[in-house]
Design a protein around this ligand. Structure first.
Ligand SMILES: Nc1ncnc2c1ncn2[C@@H]1O[C@H](COP(=O)(O)OP(=O)(O)O)[C@@H](O)[C@H]1O
Ligand SMILES: [Mg+2]
Ligand SMILES: [Zn+2]
Length: 274
């Protein structure tokens, strides 16, 4: 890592980190993405006329130049789409999921939205929040050529800490610049991990800056506003009152409830008894 002069657990003062030269510069319009691949025009996606849906471009395989490659979407979710999000519209228990996928489709259709309005997916673990957040990003990249960037909340904070230089009191521009600048930032698992004052200040600063620049942020969180259990922490307790109220303005909230898809559908391995 370049210029990494800090220890992993050192927490730079959030206010010190953000120097004027880190303030966001206007990002290029989506149209200026280099059309490197003649098949997908640099999006990394192409239309499959047989299956009548988009797929990874067969020519460049979503190569290094493509939007999809630059979005840093984790391998597990790379193929996430609205089409492979399975819901049963006749099942009353899945109503919130049906509504969620409809809202996402509408969001993509209407994009760019007024004042950079984003989405905030709230719900328990495994209901498909990250799947739908990435499906929305994939659709925006594929259909509208909008640059997106995925960051797991904890990974982002770790990257900021790891590249913080206590001598110059700055963080690597290579980490922060795209987080400020990208048209659509997907911030996964907001509130996860240790919640310290530095964490809250840092994330509040990043999201506030994006809000002021009218940049779109798509967020997921397992923390709810009204938790089912009185021992559960609320989102507000995790991220602070100020940021929670900012998120009301920045994002349309999508509540999802239901079973953990991982437990009910995936990895059903038999128990091994000793
Ligand atoms: N309705 C669904 N249809 C298809 N796959 C789903 C659905 N819901 C969740 N998944 C899959 O289950 C796994 C867990 O979903 P994920 O989006 O990570 O949940 P969450 O972010 O809410 O914890 C992922 O592999 C995801 O693709
Ligand atoms: Mg998730
Ligand atoms: Zn291509």
């Amino acid at each position: 890592m370049i210029n990494c002069l800090t220890t992993r657990n050192e927490e730079p003062a959030a206010a010190q980190m953000f120097f004027p030269d880190l303030l966001p510069a206007p990002s290029p319009p989506a149209d200026s993405v280099p059309a490197s691949c003649p098949v997908c025009q640099g999006t990394g996606f192409e239309y499959d006329p047989i299956k009548r849906r988009s797929r990874r471009c067969v020519r460049c395989r979503g190569g290094a130049e493509s939007l999809v490659e630059r979005a840093r979407i984790p391998a597990r979710y790379r193929e996430s789409s609205f089409d492979n999000f399975r819901v049963n519209p006749d099942d009353e228990r899945q109503k919130s999921l049906v509504m969620a996928v409809l809202a996402c489709r509408r969001y993509v259709k209407d994009y760019p939205v007024e004042r950079g309005l984003g989405l905030l997916f709230l719900g328990p673990c495994g209901v498909g929040k990250t799947h739908l957040a990435v499906a929305t990003a994939n659709a925006l990249m594929c259909l509208k050529r909008v640059p997106c960037l995925f960051y797991d909340f904890r990974d982002l904070l770790k990257a900021i800490q790891e590249t913080y230089n206590p001598l110059t009191q700055t963080t690597e521009l290579s980490v922060l610049r795209p987080v400020y600048d990208v048209d659509v930032l997907i911030l996964d698992d907001l509130g996860a991990g240790k919640s310290t004052e530095w964490v809250r200040d840092t994330i509040t600063h990043i999201l506030n800056t994006r809000y002021n620049e009218q940049k779109t942020t798509i967020i997921t969180s397992n923390y709810l506003d009204q938790p089912s259990d009185r021992y559960d922490e609320t989102l507000e307790e995790r991220i602070g009152v100020r940021l929670r109220s900012r998120l009301y303005e920045m994002c349309k909230t999508i509540q999802m409830c239901g079973e953990d898809y991982r437990q009910t559908h995936l990895h059903r391995r038999p128990l091994i008894h000793a």
